[in-house]
Design a protein around this ligand. Sequence first.
Ligand code: IVH
Length: 711
Amino acid sequence: MTSQKDESIPTHDRQSAVETARSEISALSAQIATANRAYHTDDAPEITDAQYDRLKQRLLALEAEFPELKTPDSPSQQVGAPLGEGFGKITHEIRMLSLGNAFSDEDVTDFDERVRSYLGVPSDVIAFTAEPKIDGLSLSLRYENGRLIHAATRGDGETGENVTENARTIADIPWEISGAPEVLEVRGEVYMSHADFAALNLRQVEKNEKPFANPRNAAAGSLRQLDAGVTAARPLKFFAYAWGALSTPLAQTQFLAIERLREFGFSTNPLTKLCETPQQLISHYHDIEQQRAKLGYDIDGVVYKVNDLALQKRLGFRSTTPRWAIAHKFPAELAWTRLEKIEIQVGRTGALSPVARLTPVTVGGVVVSNATLHNEDYIAGRDSKGEQIREGRDIREGDWVQVYRAGDVIPKIKDVDPTKRGDDSAAFRFPQTCPECGSDAIREEGDAVRRCSGGLICPAQAVEKLKHFVSRGAFDIEGLGAKQVETFYKDGWIREPADIFTLRARYGAGLQQLKNREGWGPKSAENLFKAIDERRNISLARVIFALGLRHVGEASAALLANHYGSWSAFESAMTHARLGEGAGWEDLLAVDGIGAVLATSVITAFHQENERASIDRLIAELNVQDAKRRMPTGSPVEGLTVVFTGTLEKMTRAEAKSRAEALGAKVAGSVSAKTDILIAGPGAGSKATKAADLGVKVIDEDAWLALVEGA
Ligand code: IVH
């Protein structure tokens, strides 16, 4: 059978093609059914996985080409997520992280220096691998005893979607591998080549369907199809570049580990190179950049990874990125367009953010119609220190502006062309009152941002707070996204987060209100209530992040959660803490990564009557789970609070700290009655004296290493 498109086949030929396909499908279905029975019921497989794989792929491809031949009882319909129910979830045994970025040569040399200084080897040569950063979507494949068990998207890094059936249709992904560790999670990027993307878009247009904006979207849209038959008909590819859980190490270096993945049958990127200096990294970066247009698939930078896996392990991770790797991004693409209007959005903390509405323009394959303008100084041509940017050129409505996209973030404006201004052009006047509620918009000393002073009376702040509350890193309630929250707010059903959890009690009985709404019925309402109820059990870190307190992002929420452990401990500490002084304040600042600005913001929120009452109403609806301490069981320092002081000779302070934390200890910055151990190196001063006064155990670095050795 040819892969000709249906439309181009004359009717009688098409008819005979259908007939041939029908008999082939029926033969395949029978073979697959027999194989399934032999494998699952009789425990006596008659064909190899690879043969099974080929039968299944052929069936999926035929059904994609002749959808009219697909029957509900086809073997293609009997596995994976049932249609219409969405994907199942898979929790990654090891989190899937993202990468920090480098944009300049200097960022690369800084990265190399950071690595050496963290390891305490300032003049050692550290080798790195350098390879293209593929612009697709990451996927984790779990193999047990050489068989593909499941495939999961990255999701939020902790939990992804189960796309196993779809992944099985990708030719680069083997169903079976030999010689691999018992447990092996292969990670890599699913992508679509330029040629396949162009052909797919042609088919989309022919079918009167919307073409994809770029290969990345096409790859993502194709992988996340509930019908694996559709995925099978979309030519996706996969490069392996990393791994997750492993029962035995693959190799001692990154380079050799990737080599092993290649031996197992995975595609690995041929442009991967071993480099010994930042200069070699930068030179390979330029080589790859030169070849970029000819590669036939999209890349958006070059990834550098410390080659020695023992060093990678010592370097470990920050909250969401490894210390041992970085992505050196290619310069952003630029485009000129017209700025039609400057609009002011009010955020959840009251910040007035100017947004440029643009005449739509394509930048790097994506149509851009909005860009951030940051704040009023940026519009006026000044940075936060009052120094000129764009040589002082201001930005006005009607201007021609140059737009760029850096990574996946919101587009920005790089420059403006004042020579194209008309006579009626006038400097933009930044509002002094909130455009949403009319309250004064105040700019505090030293703050680049003007803020609405309306607090919870400002509808924009309330809605944005709610949107943040239901966002992905926060409560992430299925079926309750930003749009629904906005409508529910407008209708007066939800005013604050606690209201979400009383929705059923208030509106559940008759469901009348929801029934009348477009797209809502008793079933969707019931689903929503169920999704809401499921979220009553929620982690402490998510709750803290969801509160939407100023300066508290996901990473700092996790720090707070780990430090206080439970909602009651956190709440009581914040209630009793005073700004700038006292034990509560000291304790909060002792958390590494929490500074005075964040501490002030959190304590202030807990002391504002309205805000506090709103928090209490929310907590009353929830069952907040205590922070899980991720720690190896049986570590002798688990749960202890330790302080390092003086000079450490065998490791840097940063390494000592992250190792202690990885073992489940809390590392504090100062000695108090709560300290369990003080690790004192040479030159230890007042902390050692204080520890002695308080009767805290004091040990030296060697004793500490002996204590944690092997843990
Ligand atoms: S390594 C622990 N290598 O980039 C870090 N990532 O911005 C593991 N990506 O989520 C990732 N090409 O989806 C790595 N050669 C490459 C990559 C690559 C593309 C993606 C990946 C990751 C994202 C981070």
